[in-house]
Design a binder for this molecule. Structure first.
Ligand SMILES: Nc1ncnc2c1ncn2[C@@H]1O[C@H](COP(=O)(O)OP(=O)(O)OP(=O)(O)O)[C@@H](O)[C@H]1O
Ligand SMILES: [Mg+2]
Length: 155
């Protein structure tokens, strides 16, 4: 069981950091570094396991935005780290697609691991649409509180 981690500043500013990247494969590595660089100084009693999990989830979500959405067709992807109400929530916004994020039924193949990993590591995940763009999010329970709610919902 993961230990509670207090995120300072969450009460005042739910958004810890945000970054927009071009929809190219090398952006996955930049997104990973962005998450680590944001969370290492922001989390007091550095919770390496939590950070590793969030980095891996963001890796999969950014990879999906590039491989499965218009982001990968000359578009962009935005990564936002939100800390609110005892939850750390990475959000990855892509340029939209004709498909939707879903866990593939068939297991053991070359593909279909990404969202299984997201589902296994996070406490819950989902997506919401805003115009042509889509935001896929995953939540991790941590310590701390802040005011204000969220407008996220499960698919
Ligand atoms: N952001 C997204 N927008 C639209 N469809 C998505 C998005 N992310 C995932 N999908 C759909 O959900 C499916 C499952 O995603 P998942 O990440 O589990 O597997 P994969 O990307 O196909 O393979 P892998 O992650 O193992 O390389 C994808 O094949 C794709 O059809
Ligand atoms: Mg994937």
């Amino acid at each position: 069981m993961r230990q509670k981690t207090w995120i300072p500043g969450a009460a005042r500013s739910p958004v810890l950091a945000a970054l927009t990247l071009p929809g190219v494969e090398r952006s996955v590595g930049h997104a990973r570094a962005f998450v680590t660089d944001t969370l290492v100084p922001d989390i007091l009693a550095a919770d390496g396991e939590l950070i590793d999990d969030v980095v891996l989830v963001v890796d999969e979500l950014v990879g999906n935005s590039i491989r499965h959405t218009r982001t990968g067709d000359g578009g962009k992807v935005t990564v936002v780290l939100v800390a609110c109400d005892g939850v750390l929530r990475p959000e990855v916004t892509d340029d939209g697609a004709d498909t939707r994020p879903h866990v593939l039924e068939e297991f053991g193949g070359e593909s279909g691991r990404g969202l299984r990993i997201v589902e296994a590591l996070s406490d819950k995940w989902g997506y919401r649409d805003s115009g042509r763009r889509r935001t896929v999010w995953a939540e991790f329970k941590v310590g701390g509180n802040c005011e204000g709610g969220t407008d996220t919902r499960r698919p």
